[in-house]
Design a protein around this ligand. Sequence first.
Ligand code: HEC
Length: 199
Amino acid sequence: MGDKRRVDTIRVGLATVAVAVGLIVVLAAFGVDSGLAVVHPKRPPTAQDLDMKPSDFRNLQTMTRVRGFFVDNRLGHLKAALRIARSGKGGVYPVGTILQLVPQEAMVKRRKGFNSATRDWEFFFLTTNAQGTTIVTRGTQTVVNRFGGNCASCHFAAQAKFDMVCEHNHGCAPLPVGDDLIAAIQRVDPRPLTTPPTS
Ligand code: HEC
């Protein structure tokens, strides 16, 4: 009799342990902060990314000019982006970098792994007016500019160390527009100079 009670007690004890372990596993799987999940975090911290909305694009004059183009970064890495742009030696631009030559075109550095072929750059063809920006097309390998030229194919030609940035001498085919016309287009960016409130 005594033996049976002891066996029963052991059984109940084991069952309780099994339920407790099961609960911890389930909680950890759902990312609930059980003690176990804290000691052994299951998931890495969420990677930074910049998924642009039309209102996130701003007048070129609110960005930082580097030689002929404009640089911004919305994830706190502007200094690092400018260091690369200004160095003239190239480098991999940090996530959140926005580059523009003219108001109607932009390339934005997305999260790591977004698209390895374009080195995580997303290309945009935009229209702009006094109200702001409209995204006409966006993507990786299929976006074309107003002349029907494919952004990625041209920018692929830049030497690898320049991270798909063309400028005048990185290996890309030249644009069918002269520097003076580009400078004029840059000056007449029609968008408001004030930064829209972040929504
Ligand atoms: C015919 C080839 C060609 C096509 C097509 C093209 N680009 Fe460019 N892009 C260039 C060249 C060359 C420059 C450098 C021009 C300069 O510095 O004056 C440039 C400059 C830029 C810059 C400034 C940074 C840099 O690389 O110098 C951005 C941003 C840009 N292009 C985005 C785009 C986007 C977005 C598209 C498509 C909507 C596009 N480009 C299509 C050749 C091209």
